[in-house]
Design a binder for this molecule. Structure first.
Ligand code: AMP
Length: 484
C-alpha cells in the first residue's frame, strides 16, 4: 500500500457495495486497497450513475481511483477482445496538466483495468511521438494525455476524439494556471456533446466555475477536505534569512535535522537548477526536477529520489504537482511561492498517511508579502524563527546575479516562448485573452504578448483565489456532498 492521507470512510466500508465488476474488485485487492477513501465513497456511485461531477480534491486523497474505477466499470460492456483498432476507439479521455501526473494516472488506470480487455495509453510532450502514435493506432479505450501533445496527435490524425463518452479534467485549476485554457477549449470542441464530464480541482476560482458552467451539465459537487491528521502532523516553521544565506540555510536544515529525503521548492527553473548544483557542491546529493529537464531526466530523478538515492529533490511547483512520494519527512520552501495556494500544495507533500512531517520555509525580507498572503489563506499565523547560517557556502543570489528568476510561474505570467521542453500550451504563443472574457467568445490570440513578457520579469501578485475545499484539514471544514 502506498502513502496517502486517506481516511477510511465510515459510510462505505467496502468496495463491494459499489457493484463493481469482479475483475475490477480483483485489481483493487491487488493494489492493496481495503477501504474506499472519502472521495471514492462519494464519487464512485455518482460517476457510476452517469452524473457530471465537480470534485474538490487534491492528489493524495485517492481521487484517481475515484474516477478511474467507475470509468472502467462503465466502459466494460463495450470492452472487446478483438484485435481490430476499430473496436477500441477512445471512449474515455483523462486530461492532466503535467507529464508526471499523466504518467501516474496512467499507471493507476492500467493497474485497475489489468484484468479486463480495456486498453489504456498515455501521451505527453517531451518524448518521441512515434511510439505513442503506434499505440494509438492499435486502439485504446482510455486515453490519458496532457493537452498540448493530445492536440498534436489530433492534428496528425493519430487520435480521434469523436467517440469520447467520458471526460476527466484532472487538476483543472493547474491546467488553467498553466495557460491551457485555449487548448482545453479546442479539445472540448472536438468531443461529442453527449458525454459525462468530471472536473477535479483543488481550488475553485471564478475561472474554474466558468469552465464548469460552460462544459458540465448539472454536476454534483463533491468536496473532500484533506484529513485532519495531515495538517496537525505537519509542523510548519518559517525561518527568516537573508536571500544570500538561503543555500546555506538549506544545507544547515538538511544536516541539523538529518533529513535523508526532502523536496526543496524553488519558484523558477533556473533557480532550481542552480540550487541543486550548489547543494551538490556542499555535499548534499541533489537533483533538480523542472520543465526544462527532458521527460526521461525527470522520471530518472524522481525514481532515484523514490529509491532514496537522492537526498534533496529541488523542484518547481509545476514539476512537483501531483507527485506521490511515500513517507516524505520534510519539504523546504527555498522561495515562498507567489501563489499562496502553492504553499498548501507544497506542504501537502509531507506528513502523509498520518506520519509527521516538517514544512520549513525560508523567508527573506522581500518575501514578507508572500508570507502574509499564505497566512491569510490558511487563516493562521506561522511561527517565524531566526536561522543563523554559519556555513560559508556559495551564495545562491551571487550565482544568479541577484536577479530573481520567475520563469516557472504560471504560463500566463511567463515570457511567451520560454520554457524549453516544458509541456506548455503551444497553440497560443501570444498571450491568453483576459480571464473574464474567455468563456464568452472563442479563443483569439491577443496582441498583448509584450505585456506578458513584462510580467515575467517584474514580480507580480497572482490573482487571489477562493479555496472551495478546506485545503488544510486543520481548518476543520467538514466534508460534504451537495447537489448543484
Ligand atoms: P491519488 O490521490 O489518486 O493520487 O492517490 C494517492 C495514493 O493513494 C495513491 O498512491 C493510491 O495508490 C493510494 N490509494 C488510492 N485509493 C486508496 C485506497 N482506497 N486505499 C489505500 N490507498 C489508496
Amino acid at each position: 500500500m502506498s502513502d496517502t492521507d486517506v481516511t477510511p470512510s465510515t459510510d462505505t466500508p467496502t468496495f463491494d457495495q459499489f457493484g463493481l465488476h469482479a475483475d475490477i474488485l480483483k485489481a483493487i485487492t491487488d493494489s492493496g486497497y481495503t477501504t474506499p477513501t472519502p472521495i471514492q465513497a462519494q464519487a464512485i456511485p455518482v460517476v457510476l450513475a452517469g452524473r457530471d461531477v465537480m470534485g474538490a480534491a487534491q492528489t493524495g486523497t485517492g481521487k484517481t481511483a475515484s474516477f478511474s474505477l467507475p470509468i472502467i466499470q462503465r466502459l466494460l460492456p463495450q470492452a472487446s477482445t478483438s484485435a481490430s483498432p476499430a473496436r477500441h476507439p477512445v471512449r474515455a479521455l483523462i486530461l492532466t496538466p503535467t507529464r508526471e501526473l499523466a504518467d501516474q494516472v496512467a499507471a493507476n488506470v492500467q493497474a485497475y483495468a489489468k484484468h479486463t480487455s480495456l486498453r489504456s495509453a498515455v501521451v505527453f510532450g517531451g518524448v518521441d511521438m512515434n511510439p505513442q502514435s503506434a499505440e494509438l493506432r492499435r486502439g485504446v479505450e482510455i486515453l490519458i494525455a496532457t493537452p498540448g501533445r493530445l492536440l498534436d496527435h489530433v492534428q496528425q490524425k493519430t487520435a480521434n476524439l469523436g467517440q469520447v463518452q467520458m471526460l476527466v479534467l484532472d487538476e483543472a485549476d493547474r491546467m488553467l494556471d498553466m495557460g491551457f485554457l485555449p487548448d482545453l477549449q479546442r479539445i472540448l470542441n472536438l468531443l461529442p456533446k453527449e458525454r459525462q464530464t468530471l472536473l477535479f480541482s483543488a481550488t475553485f476560482s471564478g475561472e474554474i466555475k466558468k469552465l464548469a458552467a460552460t462544459y458540465l451539465r448539472n454536476p454534483q459537487t463533491i468536496e473532500v477536505a484533506r484529513s485532519n491528521s495531515t495538517a496537525t502532523n505537519v509542523t510548519q516553521v518559517v525561518y527568516e534569512v537573508a536571500e544570500g544565506d538561503k543555500t546555506g540555510a538549506v544545507v544547515k536544515l538538511i544536516r541539523d535535522r538529518g533529513l535523508k529525503q526532502v523536496i526543496v521548492f524553488c519558484n523558477s527553473k533556473i533557480g532550481a537548477s542552480r540550487l541543486a548544483r550548489s547543494l551538490e557542491r556542499d555535499g548534499v546529493v541533489a537533483t533538480a526536477i523542472h520543465g526544462d529537464r527532458t521527460q526521461n531526466e525527470r522520471m530518472q530523478a524522481l525514481d532515484a529520489f523514490k529509491r532514496g538515492e537522492i537526498e534533496a529533490l529541488v523542484a518547481t511547483d509545476v514539476a512537483a504537482r501531483g507527485l506521490d512520494i511515500v513517507e516524505l519527512p520534510a519539504v523546504i520552501n527555498f522561495d515562498l511561492p507567489w501563489n499562496p495556494e502553492d504553499y498548501v500544495h507544497r506542504i501537502g507533500r509531507t506528513g502523509r498517511a498520518g506520519a509527521s512531517g516538517d514544512a520549513l520555509s525560508l523567508c527573506s525580507p522581500n518575501e514578507r508579502k508572500q508570507l502574509a498572503d499564505i497566512e491569510k489563506l490558511i487563516k493562521r499565523p506561522l511561527e517565524v524563527q531566526h536561522l543563523h547560517v554559519d556555513v560559508p557556502v556559495r551564495h545562491h543570489h551571487e550565482e544568479r546575479g541577484g536577479r530573481r528568476e520567475r520563469d516557472e510561474r504560471p504560463a500566463r505570467r511567463r515570457t511567451a516562448g520560454a520554457g524549453g521542453t516544458f509541456e506548455r500550451p503551444h497553440h497560443h504563443r501570444h498571450a491568453a485573452p483576459p480571464v473574464d472574457d474567455f468563456f464568452l467568445k472563442p479563443y483569439e490570440p491577443s496582441p498583448s504578448t509584450k505585456k506578458q513578457d513584462d510580467a515575467a520579469v517584474a514580480p507580480q501578485k497572482p490573482a487571489s483565489r477562493q479555496p472551495l475545499a478546506a485545503l488544510l484539514g486543520g481548518l476543520g471544514m467538514p466534508r460534504k456532498t451537495t447537489s448543484t
